[in-house]
Design a binder for this molecule. Structure first.
Ligand code: ATP
Ligand code: MG
Length: 139
């Protein structure tokens, strides 16, 4: 069954001009773009998005990084989109990411790791509606 997932091209990748390269990898992997926009997150929006990590030691740094420049958020659709996109992204730490993944190619380090993808159906539902209403999911 077709599934939706939320992608974020993070500030490190937008800043280095990698939007096109990453979207090409997404498209080549068979993930269809349903909705997309470039935004600058506020501190409150970044804190809300990563609220599950608020007790982690890296939380404040993570929020500061996520608001350091614009991001590109999109809703992706495919059969098994969540797992498909997590595979394409590669491991959180780019040193552990497999060849051919977005993070292996582009990530700078465990924090500035170029992309986000939802990790389960429940989080995908919360995250897509965090950024897009029903009418914006046009594709
Ligand atoms: P994301 O949720 O962004 O798709 P992920 O699911 O692979 O990434 P999480 O464990 O959810 O990884 O961590 C969220 C984000 O927090 C990471 O993508 C990374 O930017 C940052 N992060 C995770 N672990 C660390 C760490 N040990 N030090 C610094 N930043 C970290
Ligand atoms: Mg995560």
């Amino acid at each position: 069954m077709s599934q939706l997932t939320l992608s974020i091209i993070k500030p490190d990748a937008v800043q280095r001009g990698l939007i096109g390269d990453i979207l090409k990898m997404i498209s080549d992997a068979g993930l269809k773009i349903k909705a997309m926009k470039m935004i600058q997150l506020t501190k409150e929006q970044a804190e809300g998005f990563y609220a599950v990590h608020k007790e982690r030691p890296f939380f404040n740094d993570l929020v500061a990084y996520m608001i350091s420049g614009p991001v590109v958020v999109s809703v992706l659709e495919a059969e098994g989109a969540i797992e498909k996109y997590r595979k394409l992204m590669g491991a959180t730490n780019p040193e552990q990411a497999e060849e051919g993944t977005i993070r292996k190619r582009f990530a700078l380090n465990i924090e500035a790791n170029s992309v986000h993808g939802s990790d389960a159906p429940e989080t995908a539902a919360v995250e897509t509606s965090y950024f897009f209403n029903q009418l914006e999911q046009v594709g």
